[in-house]
Design a protein around this ligand. Structure first.
Ligand code: HEM
Length: 457
C-alpha cells in the first residue's frame, strides 16, 4: 500500500513551485532537485495547481513504463505543442483513434528496408555538410547539424528541398520553429490568464505557427500537383495508404499536422545528438582516436559510404548510444496513471502526471557504474545487460516510443562517419558546455575548428 511520503520542495500558496522553475532552463532546475532527492528517486512539484511527479529511480521508472498501468500524457508542455502538432503522432492523445491509423500507415516508412531506400538522399545531404566544412575554418556545430537533419527529413520524407546549406541564415521555418518551441516552453509555467494578457506574444506565436503551416501546405501542394507520384515516402503513404486494420485514411487536416510534426520531431533531436556527440569526442580523445581508426578501416581515402558500410560501423554507433545517455536531446517524457496506484510505495493518483527525467535516470548510480564517465564499451554486446533494464530511455517507451529511432541513428552514423573521414576536429577555444533548452536540448554557440585530414597527410 502507498505509505511513503513523496519529497516536495516548499512552494508558495496558489502558485506552488511554479515560479521556482527558471523560464529558459527548466531541465537544469529539475536535475538539481533530482540530485537533492537522489536517494528517493523521485520528487513532486506543484505546478500551476497540478501535482506533478518527477521520477528517475530506475525501479520506479520500470513501473511507469508498464503500459497496462500508465499511458502517454498530453499535459503542458505537450498540450501547448498541440497548438501546432495537433493530432499528429507526437501530440495525439492516447484515446484518439487517429494515432493508431497514422502509426500503422507510417510504420512501413521506418523499416530497415526503407532506411536503405533513403540512403542515397541521406548521403546527398551529408555531402553538402562536409563540402561546406571543407571550405570553412570555424563551424557552428548545432546550426550546421540542424541544416543537415532538416534537409534530410524533408528530402527523404517529402521529397522537398530546403537547400539549407546554400544560405548563411537559418531557414525562416527554423526561426519560426525556434521561437514557437521556446514560447511553448515559457507558457508551460504561465497561468493561462497571463498567457491571454500577453497579446504581443500571442500574435507573434500565432504568426510563427502560420509560417510553419504555410510551408507545410506548400510541401503538400507540390506533391499533389505532380498527381501524387506513388512514392512510398512518408507523404506518399499519408496521401495514398489506408490503415490496414480499420481501412481508415488520414484527413487533410491530420496530414498537415503529421507533416509539421515530422519536420520538427524529425530533425530537432538528431541535430542535438550529433552536436553532443562531437562535444563528447573532443572531451575524450582516446574515443575519438578509435572512431578515426574505424572510419580509416571501413572508409579509406575518399571511399563513398554505402548503406552496408554504415551497417558495419561499431565504434560510431556506440558513441551515439553513449551520447544519448550522457545528453538526451529530449530531456524528459511524461506518463499518467489509469488508476489510483502506487510506485515503490509512493502514491500516484488516477490521471496524475509523472515526468521521467532522462538525465538523472541515465546517470543514476543505482543503475550505472561510473555514471559520469563517457564509456562507449558499456554498449559492447557482452556489457549491454550490465545496466538496469529501465535505466536507458532516450527514445521514450512502449508504443509511444520514437518511430524515427532507426532513421535518426542511420542518419547520424552516416554524418559522423563522413565528418571523421574527412576532418581533423579541434576546439581551440575550449568550449564549455552551455545547454540551450527550447523544449529539447542543444549545446549553444558550440563552434569547432575543422581541417581536411588528407591535406596534412
Ligand atoms: C517520439 C526521441 C528522432 C519522430 C519520441 C519520443 C522520444 C523521442 C523520447 C517519445 C516522446 C514522448 O513520450 O512524449 C528522439 C530522439 C531522436 C529522435 C532522441 C534523435 C536522436 C526522431 C526522428 C523522427 C522522430 C528522426 C522522424 C523521422 C518521432 C515521432 C514521435 C517521436 C513521430 C511520436 C511517436 C508516437 O507517439 O507515435 N522521440 N527522437 N524522432 N519521435 Fe523521436
Amino acid at each position: 500500500s502507498a505509505t511513503r511520503s513523496i519529497p516536495s520542495p516548499q512552494g508558495l500558496p496558489l502558485l506552488g513551485n511554479t515560479l521556482q522553475v527558471p523560464a529558459h532552463s527548466p531541465d537544469a532546475h529539475f536535475e538539481k532537485l533530482a540530485a537533492e532527492y537522489r536517494e528517493e528517486g523521485l520528487f513532486q512539484l506543484e505546478l500551476l495547481g497540478r501535482k506533478v511527479l518527477f521520477v528517475y529511480g530506475p525501479d520506479l521508472v520500470a513501473e511507469l513504463c508498464d503500459e497496462t498501468r500508465f499511458y502517454k500524457g498530453i499535459d503542458p508542455p505537450l498540450s501547448i505543442v498541440r497548438d501546432f502538432g495537433g493530432d499528429g503522432l507526437f501530440t495525439a492523445r492516447h484515446d484518439e483513434p487517429v494515432w493508431g491509423h497514422a502509426h500503422r500507415i507510417l510504420m512501413p516508412a521506418f523499416s530497415q528496408r526503407s532506411m536503405k531506400a533513403y540512403f542515397p538522399q541521406m548521403l546527398e545531404v551529408a555531402r553538402n555538410l562536409v563540402d561546406k566544412w571543407a571550405v570553412s575554418d570555424e563551424v557552428n556545430v548545432p546550426d550546421d547539424m540542424t541544416r543537415l537533419t532538416l534537409d534530410t527529413i524533408s528530402l527523404t520524407g517529402f521529397d522537398y528541398r530546403f537547400n539549407s546549406f546554400d544560405s548563411p541564415e537559418l531557414h525562416p521555418f527554423l526561426q519560426a520553429m525556434g521561437r514557437t518551441l521556446t514560447e511553448a516552453m515559457l507558457r508551460n509555467r504561465q497561468l493561462p490568464f497571463v498567457t491571454k494578457l500577453k497579446k504581443k506574444q500571442e500574435t507573434a506565436y500565432r504568426s510563427d505557427i502560420k509560417v510553419m503551416q504555410d510551408l507545410v501546405d506548400d510541401v503538400i501542394r507540390r506533391r499533389r500537383s505532380t498527381g501524387g507520384s506513388g512514392a512510398k515516402d512518408l507523404l506518399g503513404l499519408m496521401l495514398e495508404a489506408a490503415d490496414p486494420r480499420s481501412g481508415e485514411r488520414l484527413s487533410d487536416e491530420n496530414i498537415r499536422n503529421q507533416v509539421l510534426t515530422f519536420l520538427i520531431a524529425g530533425h530537432e533531436t538528431t541535430s542535438g545528438l550529433l552536436s553532443f556527440a562531437l562535444y563528447n569526442l573532443l572531451r575524450n580523445p582516446h574515443v575519438l582516436a578509435r572512431a578515426y581508426a574505424e572510419v580509416d578501416r571501413l572508409l579509406p581515402g575518399d571511399t563513398v559510404p554505402t548503406y552496408d558500410t554504415i551497417m558495419k560501423l561499431d565504434v560510431i554507433p556506440r558513441i551515439l548510444e553513449e551520447t544519448l545517455r550522457s545528453w538526451s536531446p529530449i530531456p524528459a517524457f511524461a506518463v499518467k496513471s489509469f488508476e489510483d496506484t502506487e510506485i515503490g510505495g509512493y502514491p500516484v493518483r488516477k490521471d496524475q502526471t509523472a515526468v521521467i527525467l532522462l538525465g538523472p535516470l541515465h546517470k543514476n548510480p543505482r543503475a550505472w557504474e561510473r555514471p559520469e564517465e563517457f564509456d562507449i564499451d558499456r554498449w559492447l554486446p557482452e556489457n549491454r545487460t550490465g545496466h538496469h533494464p529501465a535505466a536507458y530511455k532516450p527514445f521514450g517507451n512502449g508504443e509511444r516510443a520514437c518511430i524515427g529511432r532507426q532513421f535518426a541513428l542511420t542518419e547520424a552514423k552516416l554524418a559522423l562517419a563522413m565528418v571523421l573521414q574527412r576532418f581533423a576536429i579541434s576546439d581551440p577555444d575550449a568550449y564549455r558546455m552551455k545547454v540551450k533548452q527550447m523544449l529539447t536540448l542543444k549545446p549553444e554557440d558550440f563552434t569547432l575548428r575543422v581541417r581536411e585530414r588528407r591535406a596534412h597527410e
